[in-house]
Design a protein around this ligand. Structure first.
Ligand code: FNR
Length: 341
């Protein structure tokens, strides 16, 4: 990656404290292994939202992948398919929905942003369902972009041939500055932002499960459960929004305690090794999502690079399970992990 792409794909917001904390939390965790257990017939398979996953691992939605490779999200989807790992397609995909969906069953999860109104958000969801996606994620932690100092310093701009092609048909909400407005940001944006009532409405209109992505507070997780979200993704957007928000691994246990062990809680942020997946599962995640490592694989070698990164993570997870005495993901228990936070 050159300096522009590094600033966009790898940096965090502000002082990058939250982005660093995500990774540091995993480095500070210790796994207590068990010996001489029967590991025959082991596997990494899990069931999430009624789908069987080969491993508790998905590719996180991330925007504008054609910046990294000329086939962008379509190449990522092929890499995912090669390893039978699910990919979540971002609403800000730079490749058309159909082209990504044509890569096979691994690319049937789609991530929505709130589109300024109930009707437009529902229209985007319907477009995804019509294209064959059948699991939806609504990202709720980025009502505005974070403070992106590194992008500003690198003078990052999208080139003319990379854009959110699937959103082109949705006109951005009209903006007329009010007279005597106190604040452009609040004035412009707040009116177009959703509240819990809007999200509850959206969930009721959908026939497929919807996960809320970007939860850090246990009470928000409980609220998501109350309004009928199919689950939550504990995430701080890879440290790209509120700098100083907690590491996702530290936020995870209190959320799982609040919503109970059966409610689907996924997490992302800072996962760089297969053993990190084991740690997140021990603390109660049903599965994890991975962003930047996939971006790096795509940048280096397209679909093959994505496939290679996924293979490494899967192999490392299996090695961590065997070395700690876990034949199945159900054997990964909370008392195996000690957090030195
Ligand atoms: C993201 N992320 C993100 N999330 C989302 O819901 N929609 C999006 O379009 C994007 N775009 C995006 C772009 C880039 C460059 C990055 C790095 C991230 C957040 C992403 O889904 C995920 O939460 C984090 O990337 C997880 O952290 P790691 O694995 O990158 O540490």
């Amino acid at each position: 990656m050159g300096p522009h792409n590094r600033a966009y794909f790898l940096a965090g917001s502000g002082d990058e404290q939250t982005a660093s904390a995500n990774e540091a939390a995993f480095q500070q965790a210790q796994v207590m292994p068990r010996m001489l257990r029967d590991l025959r017939g082991g596997s990494t398979e899990v069931s999430v939202l009624g789908q069987k996953l080969a491993a508790p691992l998905l590719i996180a939605p991330f925007a504008y992948q054609r910046l990294l490779h000329n086939e962008g999200e379509t190449a990522t989807a092929r890499g995912a398919e090669a390893q039978s790992i699910k990919m979540v397609l971002s609403a800000q995909s730079s490749e058309p929905l159909d082209s990504v969906r044509a890569s096979g069953p691994s690319s049937d999860w789609f991530q929505l942003h709130w589109m300024g109104s109930r009707e437009t958000t529902q229209a985007l969801a319907q477009m995804a369902l019509a294209a064959g996606f059948n699991r939806l994620i609504l990202t709720i932690d980025a009502p505005v972009q974070g403070v992106r100092d590194q992008e500003i310093e690198a003078q990052f701009q999208l080139p003319p041939d990379v854009s959110a092609v699937n959103l082109a048909q949705f006109a951005p909400p009209a903006f007329t500055p009010r007279e005597n407005a106190q604040s452009i940001i609040f004035d412009h944006i707040a009116e177009t932002l959703p509240t819990w009532a809007d999200v509850a409405w959206l969930i009721k209109t959908l026939q497929v499960p919807l996960l809320l992505k970007g939860i850090l507070h246990p009470e928000d997780a409980a609220q998501a459960q109350r309004i009928g979200a199919a689950g939550v993704i504990v995430s701080n957007h890879g440290g790209r929004v509120l700098d100083r928000a907690p590491a996702t691994l530290s936020a995870l246990p209190a959320i799982v305690d609040r919503v109970g062990p059966d409610y689907p809680v996924l997490m992302d942020g800072g996962i760089r090794r297969g053993v990190d997946i084991l740690i997140a599962l021990a603390l109660g995640a049903k599965a994890v999502l991975v962003g930047r490592p996939i971006a790096c694989g795509l940048a280096v070698a397209g679909d093959l690079g994505v496939s290679h990164v996924l293979r490494l993570l899967r192999d490392e997870l299996e090695i961590a399970m065997l070395l700690s005495g876990c034949a199945t993901v159900q054997d990964i228990r909370r008392d195996m992990v000690h957090l030195k936070l």
